[in-house]
Design a protein around this ligand. Structure first.
Ligand SMILES: *[C@@H]1O[C@H](CO)[C@@H](O)[C@H](O)[C@H]1NC(C)=O
Ligand SMILES: *[C@@H]1O[C@H](CO)[C@@H](O)[C@H](O)[C@H]1NC(C)=O
Ligand SMILES: *[C@@H]1O[C@H](CO)[C@@H](O)[C@H](O)[C@H]1NC(C)=O
Length: 387
């Protein structure tokens, strides 16, 4: 449900420009959602009205699995502080949504998460509108809106709209791996009534050199980690120059996708791709996922498991290419291979199929491409990622 908007009243800008701020990201080393459950979660995030065939039952059956793997990258979280003094939370910096939400003291199912203690924050301001996120499978998060200050490293800003979760359905509450979400898509998607993205607020309050955020996601097989740079980029983690692609619809970080290729086979498209740090996988319509998997010997599709590949593809030197705004961006097939399925020779593919009408390029893609999200120009720059 979309709520009415509220004007943010922001204090006059302070003319102190700080250096860009680097926030390290962690890849929590603990049990997580398996690939099929992740597909359900992602599709629900993008279209609450679609129930994935491999639906709730599968989510329950395969919901949480131990992933003992040193080549699997699941989720990247970083620390944010909310309130005065700052209360710390592990949040996913999510370019695929536009709200900041945290568990509140009235959420009885949120045990195991850090809970925001509003009474302990001197800068807390209740807005008190209801907000909610609900999905066709019955899962939901709901609560009240509020405003408070946010502290991330040396950056401190006021007047951030926050969704406090009073209630979460079992599925969300069961996800012990994150306290909350720090949404970095455009405000037109906001469910809490945010009028500006956090990056624009930080910039307006004189906290950033530029209204941009640079994202590097490491591969765990290369030591893992990752980082967000608020206000700039970090040359240590990319090579060459950025190639910029204009956003074609300012809701998600959505850009035109002109073709995909595997081997020498190119599939021309007139499609869109969404660049989403908060999605682990690459999620694509069937025509695209079929085309790309066709070049991998032994890749199989089943309606229960989706696409699986021989686990030996972890050593493949092939790549898939995604053409965005006229530029080619390659993703090694080795990065697509995920955990083994019940048939231990077959591993889940990190390129999954859905009935969504666009492609979501998540972390599997971003490990190859250092990305700068430019709020000033509504464009995304990509440069080859470097450890
Ligand atoms: C807001 O949510 C509360 C708790 O769920 C509910 O009692 C109340 O009726 C809601 N108010 C509006 C305006 O929807
Ligand atoms: C990948 O190659 C390495 C080195 O040749 C080998 O030890 C490993 O078993 C291979 N992995 C798979 C899944 O085939
Ligand atoms: C973004 O806009 C600024 C000024 O508005 C300009 O200086 C800069 O070059 C632009 N960046 C890109 C990548 O277009």
């Amino acid at each position: 449900m979309k709520l009415s908007y509220h004007l943010l009243s922001i204090a006059a800008c302070v003319h102190v420009v700080l250096a860009n701020l680097v926030v390290p990201l962690e890849q929590p080393d603990r049990p997580s959602l398996g690939t099929p459950a992740r597909v359900v979660r992602t599709v629900a995030k993008y279209n609450p009205n679609i129930i994935v065939k491999a639906d709730v039952k599968q989510m329950q059956d395969t919901g949480i699995v131990e992933l003992h793997s040193d080549y699997l990258d699941i989720e990247y979280t970083g620390t944010i502080g909310v309130g005065t003094p700052p209360q710390k939370f592990q949040a996913v910096f999510d370019t695929g949504s536009s709200d900041i939400w945290l568990p509140s003291t009235s959420c009885t199912r949120c045990v195991g998460h850090h809970i925001f203690q509003e009474d302990a924050s001197s800068s807390f301001e209740s807005i008190g509108k209801n907000w909610s996120l609900s999905y066709a499978d019955g899962s939901y998060i709901s609560g009240r809106t509020a405003k408070d200050s946010v502290t991330i490293g040396d950056i401190h800003y006021e007047g951030q709209m926050i969704g406090l979760a009073n209630d979460e359905s079992g599925q969300f509450a069961a996800d012990k791996f994150l306290d909350g979400i720090f949404g970095l898509a455009f405000p037109s998607l906001s469910l809490t009534g945010a009028k500006q993205s956090p990056i624009e607020i930080m910039y307006d309050q004189g906290q950033l050199d530029e209204p941009v955020v640079g994202v590097w996601l490491g591969r765990s097989k290369e030591g893992g980690g990752g980082e967000m740079v608020f206000g700039g980029t970090n040359k240590e983690h990319y090579t060459g120059e950025f190639k910029y692609v204009k956003v074609n619809n300012e809701k998600y970080w959505q850009v035109p996708m002109d073709s995909v290729s595997s081997g020498s086979k190119k599939l021309p498209l007139s499609a869109s791709a969404i660049i989403d740090t908060g999605t682990t996988l690459i999620v694509a319509p069937a025509t695209i996922s079929k085309h790309l998997h066709a070049s991998i010997e032994g890749a199989v599709f089943s309606s229960i498991y989706g696409w699986r590949l021989p686990c030996t593809a972890i050593n493949s030197t092939e790549a898939f290419e995604f053409e965005l705004g006229g530029n080619q961006f390659a993703v090694p097939v080795a990065d697509i291979v995920r955990e083994a399925s019940a048939d231990a020779r077959l591993c889940f593919s990190g390129l999954v199929e859905s009935s969504l009408p666009f492609t979501i390029l998540g972390d599997v893609f971003l490990k190859s491409w250092y990305t700068v999200f430019d709020f000033g120009n509504a464009s995304i720059g990509f440069a080859p990622s470097k450890r």
